[in-house]
Design a protein around this ligand. Structure first.
Ligand code: ADE
Length: 217
């Protein structure tokens, strides 16, 4: 079972995503175990402070090192070998081959969701990997963590229904987009399903699909 811990100031953001669809199924089938750690609980003082102004001046607040260190250490007490991943727009770009490799490598993960103004740089001493989901800035790492986690969990053995559906799908080779697909009815509002797909000729269907797969930009 893959163990995934998530350190966040907004645990409620994960509820819908982790308890629906494949992620719910994966937990039910004991393929994955999620644990949400509320960073606020590691905040300092009676107000449970987690952020402070940057040295040297500048806008916004930074996540302080103490609460993040305590939360990461706490997660490591649950799982000492887990890899610590920080979601940040400065990280390495998340791509499908990485999802595949992380799904199959047997590692457990601790995802740390930053906030967009930033974090005290010293937390990087506890981080194994920094990951970005794209060249844009989100309010925090939560949506990025959900994206990364979803793309991993659906590839864990026993989660996807179809035998080889993860193999043939879009981007499984990192470059090709999946071919167009159709289901019933054969004609919908005057729009026909391509004839070859109704032919039962598997060789012709495979050829058509190959021809109609697009290269990613
Ligand atoms: N946090 C804010 N923006 C992000 C991004 N693009 N990827 C990962 N984490 C982020």
């Amino acid at each position: 079972m893959k163990k995934i811990q998530i350190i966040t100031l907004f645990p409620e953001m994960f509820e819908g995503v982790l308890n629906s669809s494949m992620m719910w199924k994966a937990q039910k089938e004991k393929v994955v175990d999620f644990r949400i750690i509320n960073l606020r609980e590691f905040g300092l003082g009676p107000r449970k402070q987690v952020d402070d102004t940057p040295y040297g001046g500048g806008d916004g607040m930074l996540l302080m090192p103490e609460p993040l260190f305590s939360a990461i250490k706490h997660a490591q007490e649950n799982d000492s070998k887990a890899k610590v991943v920080l979601l940040t727009p400065k990280g390495e770009r998340w791509v499908q081959p990485k999802a595949k490799s992380w799904a199959n490598n047997g590692d457990n993960y601790i995802f740390v969701c930053g906030r967009y103004e930033g974090y005290d740089e010293r937390i990087l001493t506890l981080v194994d990997k920094q990951i970005s989901i794209g060249d844009y800035v989100l309010t925090g790492g939560e949506l990025a963590a959900m994206t990364v986690i979803d793309s991993i969990v659906r590839l864990l053995p026993g989660v996807l229904g179809g035998e080889n559906s993860a193999e043939i799908e879009s981007f499984s080779d990192g470059k090709t987009l999946e071919y167009p697909q159709y289901t019933r009815p054969e004609v919908f509002e005057g729009l026909n399903v391509p004839k070859v797909l109704l032919s039962g000729n598997h060789a012709e269907i495979a050829k058509w699909r190959q021809k109609n797969s697009k290269k990613a930009k």
